[in-house]
Design a protein around this ligand. Structure first.
Ligand SMILES: Cc1cc2nc3c(=O)[nH]c(=O)nc-3n(C[C@H](O)[C@H](O)[C@H](O)COP(=O)(O)OP(=O)(O)OC[C@H]3O[C@@H](n4cnc5c(N)ncnc54)[C@H](O)[C@@H]3O)c2cc1C
Length: 458
């Protein structure tokens, strides 16, 4: 601990009492996400309950140049939470109030610590839902900060499309709002989109206004199996290119299906699989299903299996959301390392084939899964975090996947974000635009106190 930070911690301790902690276990938990990245512990953790409290904490830290790292639910995968220069972790999980819901306007405002499951439980009784669903039960603030998406993005978009405005505490402690509730606006720079995806490096999001959707009249889900990943991907591409508005279209390779069966006690057929969900009126869903069934058949798919009862459907998607843990659980003491590339959908087949070749001699358990309707896919590896040779092997595969994706106009991260893990690819992907990002960062956070060491190359 440096001399500068001691008085700040003392002041925070006096002000926040039992909501301030220097317990090692708590700091360790706040210095890491859910992946293989090593933890870097903050000097202290403070649990904030209001925007004004966040502002107070940031103001105190800013005066002494102490780093602050926002903590939502801690489910990020690219080393986002590592306190590489120490500092104070501001835990927003107690900011868990749904502040307002408007069924007329299909929107709501929540405190940043509300989780996606909490929000959907709250909304169920009014017939609404919020569709963005990263596998983990992430916080809405963390999802905005990482520009998250999930299985529904092919139909409903990502956090980029679904955040209407934010309340943000700037590095000076000042509180701003980035917009109102209008569905569109041409007034000034789009600060909402600047903060969405900024990973806590520009400010701390304390409230989020979101778009909502009516729970569809009819929901239908189906699984179909293919003899090869190539066939499954070809079918998925055809569905996208024909503009069929599927709500979900997920690829799970046969290795993943085996892991999911074991982890979630299912008995899905162990083949390369596409999982679909259709939303709409009964006639609309029927039409989508007929078109998709024809495409699946043309591409060698078979055995359309339906999961129409809500409990059956929930079980299927819960198992899909737990896929990361299913792979990791195949090996004692393993950690998950998830790659996350996204490419134009026309390139998806070639990319996944290339990835399959890269995995052919891989010594680490791994499986391919993806939100293929968006051109976004992952390989999840179950790595031994203490085995350097293994980590190097996976790092090399990950790099090749990223380079391939960027070379065909794709991105190094479709949804997980940059954190520390993807910094080295940012210039390759964005070229000189990274310099403009650095100018923006320096203008908003001249002392570099907001989640230092993340996103931008130093
Ligand atoms: C099993 C599993 C499946 C996943 N599946 C998906 C998926 O399908 N799609 C997807 O997009 N992601 C997925 N993720 C990754 C993760 O859930 C998302 O990145 C999520 O958005 C992180 O939210 P969080 O609340 O856990 O944020 P945290 O991990 O707490 O924080 C993430 C980053 O955001 C910053 N941050 C957090 N809250 C705020 C705030 N209020 N203001 C400013 N900055 C903040 C933090 O400083 C950090 O840099 C998955 C993760 C797991 C473990």
């Amino acid at each position: 601990m440096t001399d500068a930070i001691a008085p700040v911690l003392e002041a925070l301790s006096t002000r926040f009492g039992e909501r301030f902690s220097v317990s090692h276990a708590l700091r360790e938990q706040h210095g890491r996400g859910e992946s293989h990245h090593t933890s870097a512990v903050p000097d202290a953790v403070v649990f904030a309950e209001t925007t004004e409290e966040v502002s107070e904490i940031v103001t105190l830290c800013a005066a002494a140049g102490v780093p602050v790292i926002a903590f939502g639910a801690g489910t990020s995968l690219e080393g986002h939470l590592a306190a590489v220069n120490g500092g104070v972790s501001i835990d927003l999980s107690r900011m868990s109030e749904v502040l307002r819901v408007s069924a007329d306007d299909l929107d709501c405002t929540v405190q940043a610590g509300v989780t996606r499951e909490q929000l959907n439980t709250h909304l169920r009784d009014v017939g609404l839902f919020f569709p963005i669903d990263p596998g983990a039960n992430a916080s809405v603030g963390g999802m905005a900060a990482t520009r998250a998406s999930g299985t529904n993005a092919v139909r409903y978009g990502t956090m980029r499309e679904n955040v209407l405005s934010l309340t943000v505490v700037l590095p000076s402690g000042q509180i701003i709002r980035t917009g109102g509730r209008a569905r569109k606006s041409s007034a000034g720079y789009d600060l909402t989109r600047l903060f969405v995806g900024s990973e806590g490096t520009l400010g701390i999001i304390t409230e989020v206004t979101l778009r909502l959707y009516g729970i569809p009249e009819t929901i239908s889900a189906a699984l179909c199996s293919f003899e090869s990943v190539e066939q499954a991907v070809a079918a998925a591409i055809a569905v996208v290119q024909l503009g069929i508005p599927v709500a979900r279209m997920e690829l799970m390779d046969r290795g993943l299906i085996a892991a999911v069966n074991a982890y979630s006690h299912l008995s899905l057929k162990i083949e390369d699989t596409l999982a679909f969900e259709f939303h709409g009126s009964p006639a609309g869903v029927r039409e989508q299903v007929e078109m998709v069934a024809a495409i699946v058949e043309e591409n060698g798919g078979k055995d359309f299996e339906w999961a129409n009862a809500p409990e059956e459907r929930n079980r299927l998607w819960k198992a899909r959301h737990n896929a990361f843990y299913a792979i990791v659980s195949q090996r004692p003491n393993a950690k998950g390392w998830s790659s996350d590339v996204c490419v134009p959908v026309s390139q998806l087949g070639a990319c996944i084939l290339d990835t399959r070749e890269l995995l052919r001699n891989c010594s680490v358990p791994a499986a391919i899964l993806g939100h293929v309707g968006d051109g976004n896919y992952h390989v999840v590896f179950a790595v031994d975090p203490t085995n350097k040779q293994e980590l190097d092997e996976v790092a090399a595969i990950n790099s090749k996947m990223v380079e391939y994706a960027i070379s065909v106009g794709g991105t190094s991260t479709g949804e997980h974000g940059v954190g520390t893990g993807k910094i080295k690819y940012l210039r390759k992907e964005h070229g000189d635009a990274v310099d403009l990002m650095a100018v923006i960062k320096n203008a908003i956070d001249p002392n570099g106190i907001m989640n230092p060491g993340k996103m931008l190359p130093h």
